[in-house]
Design a binder for this molecule. Structure first.
Ligand code: TYD
Ligand code: MG
Length: 451
């Protein structure tokens, strides 16, 4: 008989090891290794399906008619857009984000506002009184909403039978626990078991479920990676705690695109949707100051004008400081090198601070040109016109690259009252109000902007 071999598999990231270890070398999770015997046989034969059983699962594809389920369109236009048009009945959505960012507020607001839909809000972190107090700040109560302040899965199942909710909100998955599993709440096996049970409830009973998940220091949803594979939609709620803007992003969506974002403003009375992002983000500008340039980022189908602020100042230390908020620091390093090498700006010995205002993170390379111009404007201490915008990706040799959907971005600039846009030289100008200066590289732009 062949010898059975035992391997240890990390239940968080599925890393395989030949020996048990306390800490996974791949994902750094503690106590996550489980022994598994490779290729264990059960001794059973394959299932013998008869034709009537098979008929339920096998279909001639072109004869099969699938109607998309009507979605629950919520009052929250931002959430609807990120989800791809509303909540899909029977779907399961994971919402991750740092503590205090507003996850509970977002979903409580949702629960309160979906009138005519029975909702069960499971609060494992706050008492019913706390939820009630928070709800009173946010708005009108939903008469069909019930709150369960218990973390035992047995209670949850009983509550679902009692309330028959169409929408269930779990705040949070780390507090829920199933007595069938030995480990403590928040442990990987518990999270996996509870999510599995929730999935069965969502699919078999056609209830939409939102799960709040905490994130780790590295920014991932705490718990097994397979959690993200199991659910239909993964949303991240992010922003800077010191700013009031919050961005809702999806990193996985089985029912829509992942490019869309939702923008909110945290206020005393909960989260407000931001309908006109450019207007709000450019809201409090104070005249023309050096080190400020306006760029345009496209999030999904929505263009947003954003202000980039840079400060370039002589360093007090032998190793100059580089600090970047909302923009990839490595990309900032690359753009500084382009300015040094291609345009001859001696930024290297200066401290450089870069800030995307509003506490928003931007990954769209189309704002490269605005970053370059903010840096150069601070270096020369010369302000740029507050009516000019800069749109383009910048390559290593200083060339300005064309960006996708340039037309949409230009339209946004026009709507926001800008009169001049510097961009790639092949961008067509269909606007009468905008003057477009097309350039091939950064050197030309710097030469013409700072004489
Ligand atoms: P919360 O939803 O509890 O965050 P999370 O569930 O992600 O941990 O939000 C917490 C923060 O939001 C808290 O610091 C206070 C602030 N807040 C407001 O500014 N206005 C409000 O109306 C509410 C309800 C919260
Ligand atoms: Mg919370």
């Amino acid at each position: 008989m062949a010898k059975t071999k035992t391997v240890y598999i990390c239940s968080n990231c599925e890393y395989k090891a030949v020996q048990w270890t306390g800490k996974c070398p791949s994902c750094n999770a503690w106590n996550s290794f489980e022994a598994q015997t490779e290729a264990k046989t059960t001794g059973k034969t394959l299932t013998q399906a008869n034709s009537s059983e098979l008929g339920k699962v096998l279909q001639k594809f072109d004869e099969f008619d699938a109607k998309p389920a009507a979605r629950y369109v919520t009052y929250d236009g931002e959430l609807n857009r990120v989800l791809g048009g509303g909540i899909v009945p029977g779907s399961i959505t994971l919402l991750g984000g740092e503590p205090g960012i507003g996850k509970s507020t977002l979903l409580l607001q949702l629960a309160l506002s979906v009138q005519k839909l029975s909702v069960l809000y499971v609060s494992g972190e706050e008492s019913i009184e706390q939820v009630k107090l928070r709800a009173s700040r946010i708005g009108q109560p939903n008469a069909l909403m019930s709150v369960l302040a218990e973390t035992d899965f047995g209670y949850l199942e009983a509550a679902i039978k009692e309330v028959d909710p169409k929408l269930i909100i779990i705040d949070s998955i780390q507090t829920l626990h199933s007595p069938t599993v030995e480990q403590t709440p928040g442990s990987i096996p518990q999270i996996r078991e509870c999510t599995h049970r929730l999935m069965e409830i969502a699919k078999k009973q056609n209830r939409a479920i939102f799960i709040i998940g905490h994130i780790t220091k590295d920014g991932y949803i705490a718990g097994p990676k397979i959690l993200e594979h199991m659910v239909d939609v993964v949303l991240y709620f992010e922003g800077d705690n010191r700013h009031h803007f919050r961005v809702l992003r999806s990193s996985k969506n089985r029912f829509g695109s992942t490019g869309e974002i939702g923008l909110y403003e945290m206020q005393g009375s909960g989260l407000n949707q931001v309908q006109n992002p450019s207007g709000v983000l450019l809201g409090d500008r104070h005249g023309e100051l050096s080190g400020i340039a306006i760029g345009c980022t496209l999030e999904g189908i929505r263009p947003m004008l954003i202000e980039i602020q840079a400060l370039v100042s002589p360093s007090q230390y032998s190793t100059p400081q580089r600090s970047s908020t909302g923009f990839d620091p490595k990309r900032l390093g690359m753009l500084i090198a382009v300015l040094e090498k291609r345009c001859g700006l001696k930024i290297g010995l200066n401290d450089v601070f870069l800030n995307v205002t509003g506490g928003i993170k931007v990954a769209d390379p189309a704002i490269d040109l605005a970053v370059i111009m903010a840096l150069a404007s601070s270096y020369f201490d010369e302000p740029l016109s507050s009516k000019s915008a800069f749109i383009g990706e910048v390559g290593l040799s200083g060339e300005i690259r064309k960006v996708p959907q340039a037309e949409k971005r230009l339209k946004e600039c026009e709507q926001m009252g800008f009169n001049k846009v510097y961009t790639h030289n092949l961008v067509e100008n269909k606007s009468k109000k905008l003057k477009i200066t097309g350039l091939q590289n950064v050197m030309e732009l710097i030469r013409s902007a700072f004489k």
